[in-house]
Design a protein around this ligand. Structure first.
Ligand code: TA6
Length: 259
């Protein structure tokens, strides 16, 4: 299921399998609000905007209505391309540049999502992008992530650290930014499956679960919703912010497979 609102891939269930993406039962599905779950597109900034903290968190892309540019079939997969360009509203925002974004979703035995942004302005443009995937897991308490062991990360405001054990081993709340990781493998033990997330054109990975206390403050989470999800997000933020000269493009791609 893909919405024009935010070019939002809200669900993906490979034939004969269970849903891979998590979608909150309390998501509001209304104008002006992001969908909680699936794959929100964070663009052209991630988190709070440093220059204008009143600007929408994670940028305007996930709140915008995208246009269907095309759809096609190739072998066993179907692909859909959606587009977003600057508007009077975006040009009046804290990020006033001209741009073209194309988002291609390819659905089959694997899911791949590709965000391509072109600078159509006459000046250099900088932006952050994150494909903020929410994955469905049987129980966060028995979920682990493989592939991030030993890599440096930032957790909340703490200084840079590394951890040799697998992150998520038994914990709930987590909010980590790995500046040099291109995905990972979610070991969803309760569903006896592994979800492989591979990114290209994305220098960093974010791992997030709100845990009980933070989820209770978020109106689009049910009280137990956080137990069945884990975000493994890929993109370019902070030191990896992208700069494009006029006419240049950047592509961020995430491919998800399940074993
Ligand atoms: O990716 C982690 C994060 O930035 C968290 O800090 C958390 O707040 C989450 O994204 C969800 O953000 P949202 O604006 O969708 O509530």
């Amino acid at each position: 299921m893909i919405f024009l609102h935010g070019a939002h891939v809200a669900s993906w269930t490979p034939a004969g399998g269970n849903p891979i993406l998590w979608l909150s039962d309390a998501s509001s599905f209304r104008d002006g609000a992001p969908i909680r779950g699936g794959v929100p597109i964070c663009f052209p900034w991630f988190g709070l905007n440093a220059r204008d903290p009143s600007a929408p968190r994670h940028g305007f892309a996930r709140l915008s209505s995208w246009t269907l540019l095309g759809a096609g079939e190739s072998g066993d997969s179907v692909s859909v391309t959606l587009g977003l360009t600057d508007s009077e509203r975006s040009r009046a925002s804290v990020w006033p540049y001209r741009f073209e974004a194309r988002y291609t979703v390819s659905i089959g035995a694997e899911l791949s999502v590709t965000l391509e942004v072109t600078n159509t302005d006459t000046v250099e443009v900088t932006f952050e992008d994150v494909l903020h995937s929410y994955f469905a897991v049987a129980d966060i308490a028995t979920t682990r992530i493989r592939g991030l062991e030993g890599l440096p990360f930032f957790e909340n405001d703490a200084p840079r650290a590394t951890e040799e054990i697998r992150p998520m081993n038994g914990r709930g709340e987590i909010s980590r930014r790995y500046p040099d990781a291109r995905g990972g493998i979610i070991e969803d033990l309760g569903n006896a499956r592994e979800i492989h997330v591979n990114a290209s054109g994305a220098r960093g990975t974010v791992v997030w679960n709100p845990g009980a206390a933070i989820a209770a403050t978020m109106e689009d989470f049910t009280s137990d919703g956080w137990k069945g999800m884990l975000c493994l997000e890929n993109g370019n933020i902070a030191d990896a912010t992208i700069s494009l000269q006029p006419g240049q493009s950047h592509r961020t791609r995430v491919t998800i497979t399940v074993t």
